[in-house]
Design a protein around this ligand. Structure first.
Ligand SMILES: Cc1cc2nc3c(=O)[nH]c(=O)nc-3n(C[C@H](O)[C@H](O)[C@H](O)COP(=O)(O)OP(=O)(O)OC[C@H]3O[C@@H](n4cnc5c(N)ncnc54)[C@H](O)[C@@H]3O)c2cc1C
Length: 411
């Protein structure tokens, strides 16, 4: 069967559409909200809610095949080429939506995600897993969920940190925060479930917003849960506590929650590719304006140091994008993509970190100046190598999958 890497018409339309938004709506306010951390970018939020989320115009043939989930990654790349922090500040279900999609029932998906399509004002979704003692090792979470037989409610207690979009998701009506908690600590991973907590539920308190190195337009918050009561059907999937078996399909508990990452890692990888491309595009443009030509076809022994660097950056970026599209394509086809999602995330996280640092280096004072966005892209880049599984954790997952080792065999 011939292999084609051509994008479908709908993906090409989507790419152009979001690139225009990135250029015209995001770049002009990029520095403003980097400087004004913890300020709601109202012009961007309103634009997205009223116009941006309606999406690109349909392709000329509505029945033409589409690239499915790959298109979502193309959208993420283009918007993060504009600004990665503003991307994370968009009023969307975000990771909360991925979690509901991965672990929820069809009824729960319909119920919790409908307001994002139909609501009258901007709303946000978020996912709160991380705690002070549980980051990479998500199974170590201490937040508890106890079932109150008298009222038929779940009662959450615990403290979550570093929750992206958590300000909007916890304080603006209609928003949802998907919280990971254990219903039975003695059951280990098998006891971990995810719960949808609607915004402004009594017992959920926003403690503070994190001051950050990069993606400063994005709200990253700590949340406290003190006897926070939610209805029984806000537990995603089944409440049954089963022994955790990573190889068994159909278990919507911890496995369902972990499946969130199979969808979100390709998106974070695409975000990384967007930031890396922003930096590389600017570098090449600047080199060209200084009369430096990159001879892609020159033999390695004849290449200048700058040519070698730029060609290496380009190769890293393209490899990261291809891995991302493969993981996304598999996701869209319903194929298991755990290995491919981690490969894409690990490659893209490293690539964007290197590309943005090298751009600052090659541009010298221009790269370091706050007059331009290159230094900002370097600061924005690193988070893509940390959240949704760090570089090391994604490499660990790749090794486990390739060697067919369980998490207890390879830690
Ligand atoms: C800006 C920002 C936004 C975030 N948004 C969210 C969010 O929306 N929701 C959420 O739940 N969390 C979020 N996080 C948390 C993020 O997912 C965690 O920071 C990340 O998972 C790492 O966990 P940790 O910080 O506890 O580091 P640790 O787990 O303590 O790791 C520290 C270092 O040790 C390494 N390490 C750990 N275990 C191993 C191992 N077995 N082998 C090799 N190396 C290892 C790690 O790779 C890392 O380099 C966010 C974090 C940041 C900074």
């Amino acid at each position: 069967m011939p292999i084609s890497f051509d994008l479908s018409e709908s993906s090409r339309i989507s790419k152009d559409h979001y690139n225009k938004i990135a250029r015209e709506q995001m770049r002009p306010i990029s520095r403003k909200y980097d400087e004004a951390e913890h300020t709601l970018p109202t012009e961007w939020v309103d634009f997205w809610w009223n116009t941006g989320r309606k999406g690109p115009p349909p392709p000329s043939d509505p029945n033409a095949p589409s690239d499915g989930f790959v298109t979502v990654c193309i959208q993420a790349e283009e918007i993060c080429w504009g600004d990665c922090g503003l991307y994370l500040r968009m009023p969307t279900p975000a990771l909360g939506g991925s979690a509901v999609g991965a672990a929820g029932t069809p009824e729960q998906r319909k119920h919790f995600l409908a307001p994002f399509r139909e609501g009258g004002h901007p709303i946000w979704g978020a996912m709160a897993i991380t705690e002070s003692g549980a980051g990479s090792d998500a199974a170590a979470i201490e937040t508890t969920a106890d079932f109150d037989d008298d009222t038929g409610e779940w009662v959450l207690n615990g403290h979550k940190i570093f929750c992206t979009a958590g300000e909007g998701s916890s304080t603006v009506d209609g928003g949802i925060t998907v919280v990971w908690a254990t219903v039975d600590k003695s059951a280990g991973r098998g006891g971990i479930k995810s719960f949808v907590v609607p915004a402004n539920t009594p017992g959920m308190t926003l403690i503070g917003c994190e001051k950050k190195m990069g993606i400063r337009a994005s709200d990253t918050v700590s949340l406290r849960f003190e006897n926070c009561r939610i209805p029984s059907d806000h537990l995603l999937g089944s409440p049954e506590v089963k022994k955790y078996d990573p190889k068994k399909s159909g278990d919507k508990g911890f496995k369902g929650a972990m499946a969130t990452f199979d969808a979100s890692r390709p998106i974070v990888a695409a975000m990384a590719v967007g930031v890396g491309r922003a930096s590389l595009d600017f570098l090449k443009q600047e080199l060209e304006s200084q009369g430096v030509e990159i001879r892609y076809d020159a033999p390695p022994r004849e290449q200048t140091a700058i040519e070698r660097d730029v060609i290496g950056m380009e190769a890293d970026l393209q490899a990261a994008r291809l891995l991302t599209w493969r993981a996304a394509w598999m996701m869209g086809k319903g194929k298991p993509n755990n290995l491919e999602a981690s490969m894409a995330k690990a490659k893209a996280g490293l690539a964007v970190t290197r590309i943005t640092q090298k751009s600052v280096e090659l541009l010298g004072p221009l790269g370091y100046s706050r007059k331009l966005l290159v230094e900002k892209w370097m600061r924005d880049a690193k988070i893509n190598d940390i959240f949704e599984g760090t570089q090391q954790i994604n490499q660990l997952i790749v090794a486990r999958r390739v060697l067919d080792y369980s998490s207890s065999m390879l830690r």
